[in-house]
Write a protein that binds this ligand. Structure first.
Ligand code: M6R
Length: 617
């Protein structure tokens, strides 16, 4: 979602801001813009579309002299269409102050209607309301800019972090943290503000988190932090940290798309996880951090799992594992449903919050809610470091997937699955629901997983061919049973989000309760049917589809002659125990979606309308 960057320093400000925008672009956006104070005057440029349009239309031959500070933004539209007018920065009516913003002002209509008596608005955004309100106070002589900002903040409701520069105080970037992440990047004789460390990684790895309810005032030579009442916040409560990531992680290398690179990184991710959490399959030292935190996991009597999108699918798989091996109930919710359905979490419940980014607004709200409701412990499964969700959780299990840039989540999904499976084994050990011998066997068998996945990924050509064959079809069904049902959902989501094709995942047993009415020769059905207890049932479903002339793409275990003979096309996945099948059956579905999207010329890494981190409701 929206990306924010600020710069106070003397390097070429346009190139710092433009290159930062490019590094923020993976979050997904539809317009971008820049504002700079030069010769104590505010200037700004913005454009709908990708950053290269901003550069081509406005910045190409521009040289900025005598600048002090600048801010930049990638916008993911919430209020108002993605066009030039609604792009950020938004300016005050007198054009002295500019803002870039991430989040939503819940009461913007109310504030706007009051301000409209004296102020002309130019955009449909809630953002403009903030800057007009600040300027409403700042243009009165009795208030300094800092006071004006604090007065405005008293009226603004909602999760919204933003950054402001102004002619009233031309050497300062004001950064307000109210929900959405913001950090100060600390460089040598230069400082930054960013919503995401990625934007500033080439310049510095040292950063400081701004906390909710704080305003950072950042200059080239330092910074100061105050609260929303304007009172200084002691510097000792902010200790700078250093990020461990490198720029290399955000590099496409020779790949056409990040998504394909990330699919190919999966064996490495699995190996890393096994090494970190399962002593390479030899011991179940599952995150000593979890034990040291006194989480009392053995006492938990129920799990509540919530997540969004692909992470939710990982949660659905975990439910099967937890109930079968830990013998406690596990409920799985979509975060945006959980937070409003007035569910109950109690002292005996363990909450598992799953999120690649750790920033997803609905999942974060769920974490806060469960804590308020008194859930025993909240354990988050997160990939990114230093996220808001991490701070609110009792324990964190990191997915160790490395930076995931493609909007479509792939390697993190596999990492979530393996982490959740290991967590299940850990719980089974604590609850004594699995013998030590069985546990050791299960850990041992995991050791081959990375090489099985690596081998599978070496043969992509056949999947590319199948993608080509079906790329002109307009709709797809994905069906599976048991552990393959969430995989069906995941396969359908991948195809929808990057190929923009209608695709729906169903539990195979449900097909005849309605959806089969849609099956004909124009509706390919992807049947996820690895060897399992329900294999024969899946075979029956496959025949039902065939009887209605539906085309079948079967995902089956290698050597499955029946599936090969029955399906129009068959993709074999490596033979693993049925309970591990979600870790291999999803691979061809990721590739099917990838190649279909590529063949159709879609923007694979940044599909339209989507954002990598969904930081608003
Ligand atoms: O960062 P999170 O895991 O919380 O994100 C959740 C979803 O937004 C995410 O999985 C989304 O569905 C992906 N685009 C799926 O590929």
């Amino acid at each position: 979602m929206c990306g924010i960057l600020g710069y106070a320093g003397s390097s070429d400000i346009l190139s710092v801001l433009v290159s930062g925008l490019e590094r923020l672009s993976y979050r997904g956006y539809d317009s971008s813009g820049i504002a700079i104070i030069s010769d104590d005057e505010l200037c700004h440029w913005k454009s709908e579309g990708k950053t290269h349009l901003l550069v081509e239309r406005h910045l190409k031959n521009l040289r900025i002299e005598n600048f002090s500070v600048g801010i930049a933004h990638t916008r993911w539209a919430t209020h108002g269409a993605p066009n030039d007018l609604n792009a950020h920065p938004q300016l005050s009516m007198n054009r002295k102050t500019a803002i870039v913003h991430n989040g939503i002002v819940e009461n913007f209509a109310e504030i706007k209607s009051k301000l409209q008596l004296s102020t002309t608005f130019h955009s449909e955004t809630d953002t403009e309301v903030i800057v007009q309100l600040i300027e409403h106070f700042a243009s009165k002589e009795e208030f300094s800019f800092r006071e004006a900002l604090c007065l405005a903040l008293k009226q603004i409701e909602g999760n919204c972090s933003f950054t402001v520069i102004t002619e009233h105080d031309p050497k300062v970037i004001y950064a307000v943290k109210k929900g959405q992440p913001l950090i100060i990047g600390l460089g040598k004789n230069e400082n930054f503000i960013a919503s995401d460390m990625n934007a500033i990684l080439p310049y510095t790895k040292r950063y400081l988190n701004i906390q909710d309810g704080e305003i950072a005032m950042v200059r080239q030579d330092g910074y100061e932090i105050i609260d929303f009442d304007g009172k200084p916040v002691a510097k000792k409560s902010h200790v700078p940290s250093e990020i461990s990531g490198t720029l290399e992680q955000a590099n496409k290398g020779s790949y056409k798309h990040y998504m394909l690179k990330e699919i190919d990184e999966q064996p490495e991710v699995l190996a890393r996880l096994l090494h970190a959490y399962a002593g390479d399959g030899k011991q179940l030292d599952f995150m000593p951090a979890l034990n040291s935190k006194n989480l009392n996991l053995a006492k938990l009597e129920r799990f509540i799992i919530y997540a969004c999108g692909t992470s939710w699918h990982a949660g659905l798989v975990a439910k099967y594992w937890i109930e079968e091996y830990v013998h406690v109930p596990a409920e799985v919710d979509i975060s945006s449903e959980y937070r409003y359905r007035k569910g109950v979490s109690r002292r005996q419940d363990g909450v598992l919050a799953l999120s690649q980014s750790g920033e997803t607004a609905d999942t974060l709200a769920g974490v806060q809610l469960s804590k308020e409701q008194g859930a025993a412990k909240v354990i988050s499964f997160i990939n990114r470091e230093n996220s808001a969700m991490e701070k609110h959780s009792d324990g964190v299990i990191r997915s160790l997937a490395g930076m995931e840039i493609g909007v479509a989540s792939t390697k993190n999904y596999l990492a979530q699955l393996l982490s959740l499976y290991l967590f299940t084994l850990h719980m089974a050990r604590l609850k004594k629901t699995m013998s030590a011998k069985e546990l050791a066997r299960r850990l041992d068998e995991l050791a081959v997983l990375p090489s099985l996945v690596r081998k599978f990924l070496l043969n992509k050509a056949a999947i590319q061919k199948i993608a080509k064959k079906y790329s002109s079809y307009k709709g797809f069904f994905f069906i599976g049973r048991g552990l393959s049902f969430p995989t069906a959902l995941e396969g359908a989501l991948k195809l929808k989000e990057i190929a923009y094709l209608y695709a729906v995942g169903y539990p195979a047993g449900e097909l005849k309760h309605g959806p089969i009415a849609l099956v004909d020769e124009k509706m390919p059905v992807v049947t996820i049917m690895p060897e399992s207890d329900t294999y024969n049932k899946m075979m029956n479903n496959l025949e039902e589809v065939k009887a209605r002339k539906g085309k079948i793409i079967a995902i089956a275990t290698e050597g499955d002659e029946r599936a090969l003979a029955a399906a129009d096309d068959c993709i074999f996945v490596p033979r693993v125990r049925s309970y591990l099948s979600p870790l291999v059956t999803v691979l061809p579905l990721q590739l099917l979606a990838y190649y279909t999207a590529d063949i159709l010329g879609r923007d694979v890494d940044q599909p339209k309308n989507l954002a990598k981190s969904v930081t608003v409701e």
